[in-house]
Design a protein around this ligand. Structure first.
Ligand SMILES: Nc1ncnc2c1ncn2[C@@H]1O[C@H](COP(=O)(O)OP(=O)(O)OP(=O)(O)O)[C@@H](O)[C@H]1O
Length: 593
């Protein structure tokens, strides 16, 4: 276990720099980073600089153009966080820093090159988390062959800046990390889905989407549609956030222990993690809609407030992630409730994972948990002020907690905790053809793909009774959300205890009766992950393995991973660790719930 000690010196040496100005440094490499101490000119105090390993993407060896130069060089590429000159949002950004050291110990080039290669190999081993120690002989053979990644870039994701981010940050950093890639720009919806169905799995070490969560949903389902799905779905997938919500990127960023981030800061964090390359299993949820279409989801199923905001804010796409803030304000102002029957299979022995950056109080709450200021928050957009104005305008409605209901079907008598009953498709009020005419126009054309995958052994077919051990809640809801990642958006820390392969669907629902002000408070608290501590009586969270949602309100929107699906009964079951995700780090441990 000696090699695990972070302070252990793996390599030590004295080097010049490039360009040479007579400056010399003593370098010590440990597991945490490169410690740099200036020797010449001698500093007045014993100042040491640390280049943290977590900021590095790669290290290259170089030779001088001049043929008589016997020196060899190695350059370290890192991206430390710096304070921005103009303090907006988080006030931090990552800036490229290249440090080049000159190996001049020997009188022959080859001998100096061998020393430079030894340092470059050790640094790359540490970046890629290859186990090494001070006894290790640092030869290039220690390193695996260069990874080959398929990059799928959606030019229409988020604000449409993926091509620019790719040129400015992504490709240069991957080159520094010596990752080889093929970059493909998607041309239309479902293009990525079709592409991954035809690839030779052996040619790739991973598929990376440069986009939002929607493109990854396509990739996962494309892999599951292959006849060799069992092998295909194990191909590691990753995400470089250039979408609107960027939920999975938020979860990866959090798992790595970085402060909550948005925009370029989040993107650079995710590129750094991709360069490290650690892969961990990720749960997938099989979702079946009323026409029998089955798809695989890595993020969420939403109905009510959240899916309404997601789909209705599509018209504000040019605003990037701010579109959800505007959408939230609009939807809060005309809040709807939906009647439905929610059935679920609870997990009684669930474990609550603790991520290292959470401080738990003795009673297990997250009360002490603090995060740094976000780049953009709902409150930045004046929602608090809006709430006060709204309160004055419609105080009667807020006081009585009465909210407009949205075309519900006649109310069944028993509202809560029923036992299993079968769903009657006729109980959806209204004319189904009318539903189609209202809702199909915004839906992406859905082909009836043959999706394979493991059997949903916890579910019975939609329309048939569920097993007796399921819980059924029939009520009026403001929202129902099944989520299996910690984040619903890069700045929405919705399920703080969720981890990539905890085997749990975190089922949240907010019942009708909540005031607009309380709902806004919940979403504001969700930015910090403290919404469960608000003890809002309308909010429920239950870890489950499977659920069924039967809307009894005629019109509505259901989304899977932020993508709209057909409206009607839907059910889902979790499949633990079915896929593999490139997270770049794994810092989660488990403790009893
Ligand atoms: N060239 C293209 N033109 C139009 N749409 C495309 C193209 N390529 C991919 N798409 C579609 O764009 C949709 C939205 O992309 P994506 O989800 O990645 O971004 P987003 O919605 O902005 O981000 P997020 O899902 O994180 O909120 C995808 O579902 C995909 O089908």
């Amino acid at each position: 276990m000696e090699y695990r000690q972070s302070s252990e010196t793996l390599l030590h040496g004295e080097f010049g720099v490039y360009p040479s100005k007579g400056i010399r440094y003593a370098l010590s490499l440990t597991r945490t980073g490169l410690h740099i101490q200036r020797l010449i000119p001698k500093p007045e105090d014993d100042q040491r600089l640390l280049l943290p390993l977590s900021d590095m993407v790669g290290c290259h060896t170089l030779r001088s153009h001049s043929s008589g130069d016997v020196f060899a060089y190695f350059s370290i590429y890192s991206y430390p966080l710096k304070k921005k000159k103009v303090t907006m949002g988080s006030g931090r950004t990552r800036q490229r820093l290249v440090r080049t050291f000159r190996v001049d110990e020997e009188s022959e080039y080859n001998k100096n090159l061998a020393i430079a290669e030894k340092w470059a190999t050790a640094i790359k081993c540490l970046i890629q988390e290859i186990p090494i120690g001070s006894e290790t002989e640092f030869v290039p053979e220690l390193l695996p062959r260069a990874r080959r990644l398929m990059l799928l870039l959606n030019p229409c994701g988020g604000r449409g800046n993926a091509p620019q981010q790719c040129q400015t940050h992504i490709l240069p950093m991957l080159t520094e990390a010596e990752i080889s890639y093929n970059l493909i720009q998607t041309e239309r919806p479902n293009h990525a889905r079709e592409l991954v169905q035809g690839i030779n799995l052996e040619e790739w070490d991973g598929i990376i989407v440069i986009s939002g969560d929607g493109l990854l949903y396509e990739v996962i389902n494309g892999l599951m549609e292959r006849p060799d799905w069992e092998e295909a779905i194990k191909l590691p997938v990753g995400i470089l956030p250039c979408g609107s919500g960027n939920a999975l990127a938020g979860a990866i960023n959090y798992n790595a222990g970085f402060d909550q981030a948005m925009g370029s800061e989040l993107l650079l964090n995710c590129i750094l993690l991709l360069c490290r390359g650690t892969v961990i299993p990720m749960d997938l949820v099989s979702v079946t809609t009323c026409s029998g279409i089955r798809s695989f989801s890595f993020l969420s199923v939403a109905w009510g407030f959240i899916s309404d905001v997601d789909v209705e804010s599509e018209k504000y796409r040019h605003m990037g992630s701010a579109r959800f803030t505007v959408g939230t304000m609009v939807r809060v102002a005309s809040l709807r409730t939906y009647r439905g029957r929610l059935s679920y299979l609870p997990v009684l022995d669930a474990h609550r994972p603790i991520c290292r950056s959470i401080t738990l109080s003795p009673n297990g709450s997250l009360a002490q948990f603090q995060r740094s200021q976000l780049h953009r928050t709902i409150s930045d957009f004046g929602l608090c002020e809006e709430r006060n104005v709204m309160y004055k305008r419609s105080s009667a409605a807020l006081d009585t907690n009465e909210l407009p209901s949205f075309e519900t079907s006649p109310s069944p008598s028993s509202p809560t905790a029923l036992h299993s009953s079968s769903f009657n498709f006729d109980s959806l009020s209204g004319d189904p053809s009318d539903q189609d005419s209202v809702y199909s126009k915004d839906l992406k054309p859905q082909k009836h793909h043959q999706v394979n995958g493991p059997k949903d052994d916890l579910l019975t077919p939609l329309g048939q009774p569920l097993p007796k051990n399921w819980i059924i809640v029939e009520d009026n809801f403001v929202l129902v959300l099944a989520i299996y990642q910690s984040h619903l958006g890069a700045d929405l820390f919705t399920a703080p205890f969720s981890t990539f392969d905890d085997g749990l669907i975190h089922l949240f629902f907010v019942k009708a009766g909540i005031s607009r002000a309380a709902l806004v408070r919940l979403f504001l608290a969700m930015e910090k992950g403290t919404h469960l501590e608000t003890e809002c009586p309308y909010l429920t969270h239950i870890p489950v393995r499977a659920f069924r949602l039967e809307p009894l309100t005629r019109k509505g929107i259901i989304t899977v991973d932020g993508e709209r699906v057909e409206y009607g009964p839907v059910q889902a079951q979790l499949h633990k660790g079915l896929s593999n995700l490139i997270t770049g780090s794994c810092k989660v441990r488990l403790t009893p719930f």
